[in-house]
Design a protein around this ligand. Sequence first.
Ligand code: HEM
Length: 504
Amino acid sequence: MSLFSFPMISTELLPWLPLLLLPPLLIIFLLRSPKNLPPGPPRLPILGNIHQLGSLPHRTLRDLSLKYGPVITVYLGSVRTVVVHSPETAEEVLKLHDSECCTRPKLSIAKSFFYDGLGLGFTRWGDYYREVRKLCVLELFSVRRANSFRYIRDEELSRLVDSLSDSAAAGSSVDLTAKMVKFVASFTCRMAFGLSFQGSGMDNERFFELFTEANTVIGKFAAADIFPGFGWIIDRISGLESSRRKSFKDLDTFYQKAIVAHRENKKTEEREDLIDVLLKLQRQETKIGSNRITDAHIKAILMDLFVAGVDTSAISMDWTMAELARHPRVMKKVQAEIRERVGDNGIVTYDDLEGLEYLKMVIKETWRLHATSPILIPREAMTKFKIKGYDIYPGTRIQVNAWAIGRSPDVWKDPEEFIPERFIGSNVDSRGTSYELLPFGSGRRGCPAMNVGLSTVEYALANLLYHFDWKVTEEVSAEEIAGLTSHRKHPLHLVPVRVINRKL
Ligand code: HEM
């Protein structure tokens, strides 16, 4: 046999070839398949564990963790996902190994809705991400900038209180859920776009509609993210792809018109809004990484701001008011605190907020029971590391079950009860340094705008509780529906009773 000829296999052996190849293939498979993974439930081919997760995955995952331990592996289709369920393991992910798993997985929504990773929330880790986050934190979410928009929050709050006062005078019940979403959305719209625009046919009402549509589309589960290769076909057949495309196109057109209106000086609001800030940076040829700021960058940042900022703040207010309606003792106590501090000044000011200790406990207790983002936004491991001794391999998706940690009997006494007093003398903080309570996440991917979120929620709630008593005329349910965020299932209907008569 020449040195370069292939060894010949006798023709009688050919039918047995598959059988002969099986043992070496099996050995290769076993050697290559990852070892020492966190435990988890058995999975089905193709589907993985997706059929077990149900409509409220944070609850199902918590139940699985009771059986398998605080770190579990589940498969979303073919995507290996590790979910952690205790403060210690959350700290391992968000602090100890933060730098090794601070990227986001490549999700289809990032490409189709978030300008292919030009924004923040769904952008992969890297130089670009670091630069865009720095720009947002310094220029858009700073305390100084937040303070410059206080007047908008005041005006929108005054509008909300006036409309609630009208309902109070008529003795009629209001859909407080809708009113609070509208309050946050209007505030955010004015902060980003200014009050109104001339000649372009757009207004904040229209944007509000577009935004509501977008939230529905974004919350929907995409097959492309768990069945790489063929999931996109399912999304196309189910109509998800086309509804995402339509919603994106509508918002993109809206943002573009807003940018052009600003360039042409057609906005009516005198004061500087966020588009002004971003356009100024564009004119100054400021760079994000090696790129000059384009309109696409500005639109991507606006998209993040609306998607990440409006829903989360409004949901936090909604759950708090619902829990207060369900717990009259706590409602009375928090109102007494606010009214005693503010007296007949006619408005709760930002300075008053500092002294409202019980209100802060009420909000924390609400976030403990109802994490706005129950399993946070997924991360992805970039290197191999260990959590609680288990091996986490690059490419593994990682989720932190903040909802389960908030209800863990290992962490909290009477975890299912709404007892704000549990925070008296406790140093558990909501800003991402206490892993028992993670309303804003933590680490490199934690919420970059928590100051804006916290002050909106505290300020609005303090004033709603100062100006009105709230009569409960129907059962207030704590049922939830989960998407990217966790909403209450039924709108909150309460009857406002005006108690402080001085106008804002
Ligand atoms: C009470 C209000 C808010 C709550 C409870 C909240 C909560 C969160 C949570 C849980 C995350 C995910 C953190 C993680 O995965 O570790 C997040 C991320 C984010 N939030 Fe907030 N948020 C609020 C307000 C806001 C506001 C007002 C804005 C913008 C104006 C905003 C912008 C963002 C952005 C851009 C991200 C993505 C960060 C990244 O991936 O790098 N949030 N927020």
